[in-house]
Design a protein around this ligand. Structure first.
Ligand code: CP3
Length: 347
């Protein structure tokens, strides 16, 4: 079975010959080949060039047996055509120089055509899809509404999301308008990625777990559900919804209607799947710090996850969050190989 079929079948909970595997942030700073390209170009330059993003997307595919590629881009550049000023400051992570703080800031956010403004990523998707053939499936992605809103309101990364939650709690109408605008933009963008050749899309609502389950249901879930419904209305590509720190709200995350639910390592995958339900596929959930480990100990960690899952169809092996800078490259390749070896099914 080729990688693309293996991955897409698992998303639909169909039988596969081996468990499919890919890694969030599988192209990035832990790789010498990526660092070489980054020495010549900024992150935003890479994203703005279809040729460079296609090349970076392919690095992990050439180096290890992953069953999916994720288009190399970022969740924040799609905020720029709305009017946000984005910079990746050295050592500080992303900075948004004009954070939004009230209803009129939100009203000023502009709708746009992703086919025009995000052309480089769409073109990169089309060319990577050609390069891949059936070797691996191609995943497109976008940021989830809470995570995008948090960067827009805080102006960058945040620990406690005080401003974001304050706006959410004190001006529910303004928050609703922000969610509606982000939801429209995100659905349009994902649909454009699918039209360009993405075979699956993942929503990264990475920081949604900062909310309690009732707040998530009230302030975010309706928007996420609408995004997924709009994608489903025009295509049958599987949708993955990913967040971290969501162990206490997996029922709410599942209610958004994705085909696949991403889980982090703060819950056992067996328990998580029990809460998510047998009618969904599950993606996860190795602790990325495990990849600093090697040999028997790394193997035991991989085996533990595969054993917990057992023979249930619909498992996509991944980390609970992205690969960290400094991770030894050979350990990542080892895990990809181990997942295939250890999960090989007899026919
Ligand atoms: O997974 C992949 O290989 C695809 C590419 C991808 C990137 N960012 C490239 C990137 C994806 C899927 C993302 C998603 C993303 N970006 C998220 C959600 C997922 C997550 O990790 O929780 C978020 C919150 C962002 C915003 C973002 N981009 C931050 C906070 C940072 C800086 C933090 C850091 O690690 O320095 C980025 C920069 C970024 N985006 C890098 C990469 C590979 C760092 C590498 C670089 O500077 O060259």
């Amino acid at each position: 079975m080729l990688g693309s079929e293996r991955f897409l079948r698992a998303c639909r909970r169909e039988q596969v010959d081996r468990t499919p595997v890919w890694f969030m942030r599988q192209a990035g700073r832990y790789q010498a080949a990526y660092r070489e390209i980054r020495a010549q170009h900024t992150l935003l330059d890479i994203v703005a060039s279809s040729e460079l993003s296609a090349r970076v997307t392919m690095i992990p595919i050439e180096n290890m047996p992953v069953d999916a590629a994720i288009i190399f881009a970022d969740i924040l550049p799609p905020l720029v055509p709305m009017g946000m000023q984005l910079e990746f400051a050295r050592g500080e992570g992303p900075v948004l120089h004009n954070p939004i703080s009230n209803r009129s800031d939100i009203e000023a956010l502009k709708p746009y055509d992703p086919g025009a403004e995000l052309r480089s990523t769409l073109d990169a998707i089309s060319s990577v899809r050609q390069m891949l053939g059936e070797r691996a499936a191609l995943i497109g992605f976008a940021g989830g509404p809470f995570t995008l809103a948090s960067y827009m309101i805080e102006g960058g990364s945040s620990r406690n999301y005080v401003k974001t939650k304050q706006l959410m709690y004190t001006d529910e109408a303004a928050w609703g308008l922000l969610m509606a605008k982000l939801g429209d933009m995100t659905a349009d963008y994902l649909i454009a990625q699918i039209a360009a050749g993405a075979q699956c899309v993942q929503l990264f609502d990475s920081w949604a777990g900062a909310l309690g389950p009732d707040d998530y249901r009230r302030y975010v879930l309706p928007t996420t559900r609408t995004i997924i419904e709009r994608v489903k209305a025009v295509s049958d590509v599987p949708v993955i919804l990913f967040g971290t720190n969501t162990s206490g709200m997996l029922d709410a995350i599942t209610a958004a209607g994705s085909d696949v639910v991403g889980v982090d390592w703060r819950i056992s995958i067996d328990k998580a799947w029990g809460e998510i339900g047998a009618d969904r596929a599950v993606q996860g959930n190795l602790d990325p710090v495990r990849l600093f480990d090697s040999g028997e100990s790394l193997k035991a960690a991989v085996e533990a996850i595969l054993d917990e899952v057992g023979n249930r169809p619909g498992h996509i092996f991944n980390l609970g969050h992205g690969i960290l800078p400094g991770t030894p490259e050979e350990n990542v390749r080892t895990v990809a190989e181990l997942v295939h070896q250890l999960s090989e099914r007899q026919h």
